[in-house]
Design a protein around this ligand. Structure first.
Ligand SMILES: CC(=O)SCCNC(=O)CCNC(=O)[C@H](O)C(C)(C)COP(=O)(O)OP(=O)(O)OC[C@H]1O[C@@H](n2cnc3c(N)ncnc32)[C@H](O)[C@@H]1OP(=O)(O)O
Ligand SMILES: O=CC(=O)O
Ligand SMILES: [Mg+2]
Length: 722
């Protein structure tokens, strides 16, 4: 039973109240009475607007459902006219450019990876903030970018053969990042500073310099025998590290022990799809971690008590330039905070005895916390430019962006922040936003600081929107259809045309196969090649490897060709990726698709509902670990719901698959001491019930979202274990 404290017209969960009163408000320049009075006013003023926007979503969806039910295929011009008529397709605004200012270079003028992390996991969150720099040797040694063949296996101790392959791999990248006037970094024997120049002794003992000497910025240690050399390329830094006593450095002809790569320029601290935060207790942890990151006080003790270490935010890195000045580079990734969208309410705070919209709660509280950064109350600064970066997910069309814009303005006034301090990252991940993206950016043109193709949610919404039209293609094939390419291309084009270059990020989506780094290195070049100056990665290791792509491709150089190209893509975006010929699928194909979806759903949902873990690596049917979050769950549950609706499968097949997969998922989690089995009594398992509801009632879920069911079932579970 949750206890509340009355604050103005709000009732605040006691834990959350205590946190805000004793930790978040002190030093913020806002008194308790002002904060709660302003908060109450915002809730009172904006709740009815939020309600209306959600009703409009439902009304549009019902109209589209009826339209789809009455057709077997869409006639493009007629369909577009219909979408126009119902107000789903908006009239785009005249050409314009965003006017966002006070944007940090990591967002505006640099190109590099963006890491996402569940904020309620302090260990991971600190790791993410520190992922600004990553060891290239560790990233290569620990992943499949280096093959395990021919004696190069990942053994328990250090395998020198594998180490040699890593060094060769890294030296290949050095030839890209720091090309030499002659020869190659392979086998190089020395890196010396002579008359302010970096002089490289090659394999054959001849010497050379960089093709562009200005890429060498500085060093640390003794200039005659530096222990680090700093190089810049395409706006990103790398640090060559030397130590002839080190396990790796001692066998390297140049004594190089590692290459440190500037990796995650920005990190999204996630309050949304990768976390399970269903009540006052959970929300307090989310906000506490955010305050700890902002103030630089968050700490986690790692390891056994006798050999424990403390993880905290890394300090800046300093070097000496060749003319003797100090160069200081941020040791940390610049942090965004992803708030939740407009849909959910949370009883951490009540108004009129009803849970308030969680998006309003997040905007007010995460901004209050981030204000400490602007007041310089922390150990480090996050935004040197004086901005607070909020990612706003799952918005439908420009009215909802305008609503978020109003919310942000209200929060600025409530917290005595200058106008447009709160910057908005607009996730282009709902179909109604994709098809109206120009109008969406326009609705936040003074504070828009990124657009990002969240293709996972976007795929879920693709299925849900046209649920009644027919059965969708196999999950893997949905991605191959014209809509997705057009959506990705149109997003960049619209962003560039809206003047985002130099002021904001144009971003791409997640790499959801965390252990397949070799494939990522092959595939994720398409992101910078498309003109995006950032793209999501699931881990610090992936950030370090993906950073190399931004050395290979000069994104800002590509932008001019994008601006001059003619591209619209709307017709393709509106082409629904249905199964071309349902009768071409064998029973085996159908069963496999069903089992794969069910396995992913159960593997994710069981940890969410029973253990409160919002993001997991879950094996698919081929035993490949996939990053699963609420967006991937949305796809899988909507996909099964769609096939059920169109008779490709029936309920008994689903039940049979769920029972088989529940057993498998229990086995897969056998090593986790905290894990709670679903079998042998699945109908008594709250997680199993949640998965069933997500599938069997998938068609009825608002926009196909999974959070209403997940939250309800997690709350039930928490009550049971109290
Ligand atoms: C559609 C969307 O909305 S996508 C956005 C939401 N998704 C995400 O945020 C994905 C974030 N990633 C993750 O949560 C994790 O990487 C998972 C769940 C996919 C895999 O987790 P695990 O199986 O525990 O990873 P694994 O065992 O390979 O690695 C764990 C180590 O990597 C680190 N790590 C892994 N992912 C991250 C991350 N995103 N940020 C920081 N550190 C991370 C951990 O800190 C840990 O290192 P440590 O022991 O030194 O603390
Ligand atoms: O939030 C990201 C997505 O792909 O969805
Ligand atoms: Mg998403």
């Amino acid at each position: 039973m949750q206890n509340y404290i009355q604050r103005g017209q709000l009732q605040v969960a006691t834990q959350l109240d205590a946190f805000i009163e004793s930790e978040a408000l002190p030093g913020s320049g806002i008194t308790s009475s002002t904060f709660w009075a302003n908060f109450s006013d915002i809730v009172a003023q904006l709740t009815p607007i939020n309600d209306t926007l959600l009703v409009k979503r439902d009304t549009l969806q019902q109209t589209i459902d009826q339209y789809c039910q009455s057709r077997t295929a869409l006639v493009p011009e007629e369909y577009k006219a219909f979408l126009n008529q119902i107000g789903y397709l908006e009239t785009p605004p005249a050409n314009f450019e965003i006017t966002t200012d006070k944007v940090d270079p990591e967002v505006a003028t640099m190109a590099g990876p963006q890491l996402v992390v569940p904020i309620n996991n302090a260990r991971f969150a600190l790791n993410a903030a520190n992922a600004r720099w990553g060891s290239l040797y560790d990233a290569a040694y620990g992943t499949d970018v280096i093959s395990q063949d021919n004696g190069a296996a990942r053994t328990k101790g250090y395998n020198p053969k594998r180490g040699q392959h890593v060094i060769e791999y890294a030296r290949k990248w050095l030839d890209v990042i720091a090309p030499l006037a002659k020869g190659s970094h392979q086998g190089s024997r020395g890196y010396d500073i002579t008359s302010g120049q970096l002089v490289i002794t090659l394999h054959d003992r001849s010497t050379t310099t960089l093709t562009q000497s200005a890429r060498f910025l500085g060093f640390s240690g003794d200039i005659a025998k530096p222990n680090a050399i700093l190089i810049q390329h395409n706006g990103l830094h790398i640090e060559l590290q030397f130590d002839r006593t080190h396990q790796v450095g001692k066998d390297d002809p140049a004594g190089m022990k590692d290459i440190l790569v500037e990796s995650a320029l920005t990190t999204i601290m996630d309050c949304e799809d990768s976390v399970a935060a269903v009540d006052g207790e959970d929300k307090t942890l989310v906000y506490q971690n955010w305050l700890g990151l902002i103030k630089g006080t968050l700490e986690v003790t790692l390891g056994k008590p006798d050999s424990a270490s403390i993880r905290r935010l890394n300090p800046d890195r300093t070097y000496t330039s060749t003319d003797g000045n100090t160069i200081s580079l941020s040791g940390r990734s610049m942090m965004f905070i992803r708030n939740v969208g407009h849909l959910m309410t949370n009883d951490a705070i009540l108004f009129d005895a009803k849970p308030i919209y969680e998006g309003i709660m997040d905007a007010m509280i995460t901004s209050l916390i981030a204000k400490h950064d602007l007041l310089d109350n922390g150990v480090y600064r996050n935004s040197q430019a004086g901005s607070i970066y909020i990612v706003k997910p799952k918005m439908h069309g420009s009215e909802e962006v305008a609503f978020a814009n109003t919310l942000f303005s209200c929060v600025e006034r409530a917290l005595s922040l200058p106008d447009n301090t709160l910057k908005m990252g607009i996730m282009d991940e709902e179909r109604r936003t994709s098809v109206n993206l120009k109008a969406c950016i326009y609705a936040a043109k003074e504070r828009a600081v990124f657009i990002n193709t969240g293709f996972l949610d976007r795929t879920g919404d693709e299925i849900h929107t046209s649920m009644h039209l027919g059965p969708f293609a196999l999950k893997a094939q949905i991605k191959q259809q014209p809509w997705l390419t057009a959506y990705e291309l149109a997003n960049v084009k619209i962003g560039v045309d809206a003047g985002m270059s130099g002021k904001a990020q144009i971003g791409k989506g997640m790499w959801p196969i965390p252990d397949h780094m070799a494939d990522m290195m092959q595939s994720k070049t398409t992101h910078p090649q498309s003109g995006a100056n950032t793209a999501w990665v699931p881990s610090p290791t992936a950030a370090t490897l993906h950073a190399l792509h931004y050395h290979q491709i000069d994104v800002f150089n590509l932008r001019s060709t994008i601006a001059s190209a003619e591209f619209d893509g709307l017709d393709d975006i509106l082409t629904v990726p249905l199964l071309a010929d349902p009768s071409s699928l064998s029973e085996h194909d159908i069963q496999r698709e069903l089992d794969n979806n069910v396995q992913g759903i159960l593997g994710y949902v069981v940890r969410w509902v029973h253990q409160g873990i919002g993001c997991s690596k879950v094996p698919d049917i081929n035993n490949v670990g996939l990053m699963e979050d609420r967006a991937t769950l949305r796809i899988s549950s909507q996909h099964i719901a769609n096939w059920l609706l169109h008779g490709l499968i029936d309920e008994s097949q689903i039940n049979d698959s769920m029972l088989r997969m529940a057993k498998l998922v229990d086995e897969q989690n056998g090593a986790d001491g905290e894990y709670i089995n679903m079998m042998p009594n699945p109908l008594e398992s709250i997680a199993f019930q949640a998965a069933q509801e997500l599938i069997l009632k998938g068609t009825a879920q608002p926009n196909g979202y999974t959070e209403p069911v997940l939250h309800a079932k997690r709350r039930e579970m928490k009550q049971n274990i109290q």
